[in-house]
Design a protein around this ligand. Sequence first.
Ligand code: UGA
Ligand code: MN
Length: 322
Amino acid sequence: MESLTGFDMRFRRKFMFLVCFSVLFSFFAIWKLHEIHIDLKDIQCNKIVEQNRDLLETSHKELTLVERLYKENINKSLPTIYAITPTYYRYVQKAELTRLSQTLRLVSNLHWIIVEDSEVKTDLVTNLLNESHLVFTHLAAKTPPFEKLKAKDPRWKRHRGIEQRNAGLNWLRENLVLKGDKGIVYFMDDDNTYSVKLFEEMRKIKKVGIWPVGLVGGFNAEAPIVDRLTGKVTGYQSGWKPNRTFAIDMAGFGISLDLILSNPNAEFSYKMAKGCQESEFLSFFITKEDLEPLADNCTKVYVWHTRTETPKIAANIPGLEV
Ligand code: UGA
Ligand code: MN
């Protein structure tokens, strides 16, 4: 074999260097070109998005609707829960409704009937509902001024939610049919705290279901007493009038839609004794002995009568919806 001269060796090294450099450069060039291509694609994409914004928004809404209908279809066998919520404007309203609507997103087959204590439906509630991804009916029914609680009045002085719950009941009676539609009616105040477990319990209701409510009535909870042997409600533990026929807060019972539709005269009234709306309303439908105790024979609390402090506000920042 002929040995390589110094010149050949140098030439060979330079040649190898050139080959390596070209390979590296080619990789670099390909990578850069690819990036430029992606940028161009992005720009084109943005342009397409901009030009078709209306169409895309519509199809997004359609997709949400399809998703909702699909979910409803899988859960078809579940009875629908018709939750009636009175609500009124105050600083914390949007916060309360945001919290509540986001709880309701975790519940299948729920139809939210939200009734504003106002002459007309407000933009605040309309927008919140449109963005909520929930099945809802939006109504307005104003409390007459002479029945409205004044800022300085103690809460017990006036009934709250009468007009609104009755508007919800009317809607059910006008839009649903006895025996055709199946479901449970639940009165759901806008400021309470609800566990998703509660809604699972509610679907077991045949006529009227009852369960404890935390943080109400002067004790840590208001709770039906259940006879272990018979499974019947025999009384109530409450720090306030435990001898009421049904000593339970509005959040502590659900009624079958059949009962609501077959008793069209059952409604709330300003004539009801103070703090006894629940007891008087339930008396339209059932006796204590026929109540169906839920939440592990009324031993579990899945709903709390929470109240939000009224904030002290010195001024409003213009243009900011809170
Ligand atoms: C308790 C019960 O939990 C209520 O279900 C019941 O209506 C009330 O007592 C009563 O005895 O009237 P409480 O926390 O004292 O509830 O009442 P709020 O939470 O202030 O009001 C109950 C519902 O009525 C809420 O959903 C609230 O948004 C609504 N409301 C209240 C109005 O629609 N307009 C009002 O002026 C005040
Ligand atoms: Mn409340």
